[in-house]
Design a protein around this ligand. Structure first.
Ligand SMILES: Nc1ncnc2c1ncn2[C@@H]1O[C@H](COP(=O)(O)OP(=O)(O)OP(=O)(O)O)[C@@H](O)[C@H]1O
Ligand SMILES: [Mg+2]
Length: 174
């Protein structure tokens, strides 16, 4: 199988008032196409930091992340946003659905930002797979925690990206 994402010598240092926090110290890893990976470790060990960097949401202090041959860490913020929207799906630890949009609009938001239309058949398939039929006109504040998570999985699942990242699977520790 071929490598989809390649992390090379990732270091991340946060500067905080008390000094420096070294969150990642030289991580290298090749993630293969169609692979399913779980990053585990105690709280504060750097899992989210690593996912944010792998997903192009944050830049490392040093190191590179190659996705399809492109070093996403070298892209400008704007180019990285477009690259992220087109090639990656991200379920945040806090989910981050937009409160002012209903479930359908939240799910379709990444495509809308890219001026693309959803593939309605695939949209219905994904909604059906997660049992969200009948919930698509609801707003995030009207959803249970589990439904909110499923809304996020639909959002990333229906845009046919190459890579999906989850901050936490269904709010469980990890
Ligand atoms: N924006 C930030 N500014 C300063 N320090 C940060 C920031 N984000 C994370 N850290 C620090 O970096 C380290 C790694 O944090 P991170 O959130 O990546 O851990 P985690 O493994 O995801 O933890 P959890 O399991 O609790 O979600 C911690 O010491 C944390 O306090
Ligand atoms: Mg985390």
């Amino acid at each position: 199988m071929s490598v989809l994402i390649s992390a090379k010598e990732i270091h991340k240092v946060y500067n905080v008032s008390a000094g420096e926090v070294s969150a990642l110290r030289g991580i290298s890893y090749d993630f293969e196409e169609k692979g399913f990976y779980a990053i585990v470790g105690r709280s504060g060990s750097g899992k989210s930091t690593f996912l944010h960097i792998l997903g192009g949401l944050d830049k490392p202090t040093s190191g590179s992340v190659f996705i399809e041959g492109e070093d996403v860490c070298k892209l400008s913020d704007e180019k990285r946003s477009v690259f992220r929207r087109r090639h990656m799906g991200f379920v945040f630890q806090q989910y981050n659905l937009l409160d002012e949009y209903d479930v359908r609009n939240n799910i379709c938001m990444p495509l809308k930002l890219d001026k693309r239309k959803p593939d309605e058949n695939f949209y219905r398939e994904v909604i059906g797979m997660l049992g969200l039929e009948g919930k698509t006109k609801k707003y995030p504040s009207e959803l249970s925690g589990g439904r909110t998570a499923e809304g996020c999985y639909c959002q990333v699942g229906h845009i046919k990206t190459e890579a999906y990242y989850c901050g936490r699977a269904h709010g469980e520790s990890g």
